[in-house]
Design a protein around this ligand. Structure first.
Ligand code: IPM
Ligand code: MN
Length: 351
């Protein structure tokens, strides 16, 4: 297969972890007879510095023309403590999601047998955890009307959803549940929010199209609690943008390190793969960040192209590296810590 991939390394540790995913993907392509052409493009603070905006049109054109986008991380501390900054790297991310129509953010959480004791949660709670969040990504309070009134002393953000936006996300949730253990949880706050009542009503109306799927409806506060009590009870969870943002950070600690979990953002025409962690500016340029979340994001990309054996080869070699202790400092626990680039080299050599 010939693949044309847009490469958006972004800020902080983005370029370093992306390099490892490229190394691994190129090796997979060589082994399985594929051809990948990578097209780099600017985003985030790096793009603000170069051209004054975090998601320039030229980058959008590269993404649209590509078969998929592989994304590192964006964000820079010089913007974080400056509420008056007019342009911020994160605006690039939101603009990219919206312009590429990436309405479904797929964020899995699973455990690695060799890391189970690294989780802050007890082994017996988390063993067997294998869940996926489908977070709505291009609507809700992130994109609703916002502003100030009363001379700036009152501020508001609007959580707005249309039935169609809920349906297209829920459809992906039902379809994913059908390929897994056929359990779907709709996470909302329907006891308070009107938009949540529309979510519930819409999902309920879709149930009859998927008679094999068992659907549960749970309030977001209860899910926040049950997620760390009994994570293995969940299979596929669907939820709106902000609830999903919060719950997927919470879920990511179950596996033991933020540096491990991959994600995909998909829409009708475009697909983007990225680690769920941020740009980790303290580690930038030091060759110490964990590249596995990005490498596993590349595995999700191969899987979505129908290249299942290729995806499995990546997951297998990642498991092998963890079992053999070829890990970066976040997982080394006093033992030898490998550099980001050394982990990437080891993975490529062992595929
Ligand atoms: C994420 C991030 C973003 C979000 C930020 C950087 C805008 O936290 O991808 O989860 O809130 O969606
Ligand atoms: Mn987030």
């Amino acid at each position: 297969m010939k693949l044309n991939i847009a490469l958006l390394a972004g800020d902080g540790i983005g370029p370093e972890v992306i390099d490892q995913a490229v190394k691994v993907s190129d090796k997979i392509a060589e082994k399985f007879g594929h051809e990948i052409s990578w097209t780099p493009a600017l985003t985030g603070a790096a793009a603000i510095d170069a051209v004054g905006e975090p998601y320039p049109d030229s980058t959008h054109a590269v993404c649209e023309a590509a078969d998929a986008v592989l994304f590192g991380a964006i964000g820079h501390p010089r913007f974080d403590n400056d509420p008056s900054a007019k342009v911020r790297p994160e605006q690039g991310l939101l603009k990219m999601r919206q312009k590429l129509g990436l309405f479904a953010n797929v964020r899995p959480t699973f455990t690695f047998p060799s890391l189970i004791d690294k989780s802050p949660l007890k082994r017996e709670r988390i063993e067997g955890t294998d869940l996926v969040f489908l977070r709505e990504l291009t609507s809700g309070v992130y994109f609703g009307e916002r502003g100030r009134k009363d001379d700036g002393n009152t501020a508001y953000d609007t959580m707005l959803y249309t039935r169609e936006e809920i349906q297209r996300l829920a459809k992906k949730g039902f379809e994913l549940a059908m390929t897994r253990s056929k359990r779907l949880c709709c996470v909302d706050k329907a006891n308070v929010l009107e938009s949540s009542r529309l979510w519930r009503e819409t999902v309920q109306a879709m149930e009859k199209e998927y008679p094999e799927v068992t659907v549960s409806y749970e309030f977001v506060d209860a899910v926040a609690m049950r997620l760390v009590q009994w994570p293995s009870d969940y299979d596929v969870l669907i939820t709106e943008n902000l609830f999903g943002d919060i719950l997927t950070d919470e879920a990511s600690v179950i596996s033991g390190s933020m540096g491990l979990m991959p994600s995909a953002s998909v829409g009708t025409d475009n697909k983007l793969y990225e680690p769920i962690h941020g740009s980790y500016p303290q580690a930038a340029g030091k060759d110490i960040a964990n590249p596995l979340a990005t490498v596993l994001s590349a595995a999700m990309m191969f899987e979505d192209f129908g290249l299942t054996a290729e995806a499995k080869a990546i997951r297998d070699v990642v498991n092998k590296s963890l079992a053999e202790g070829v890990v970066t400092e976040d997982l080394a626990d006093g033992a030898k810590a490998y550099k980001t680039s050394e982990v990437g080299d080891w993975l490529a050599t062992n595929i």
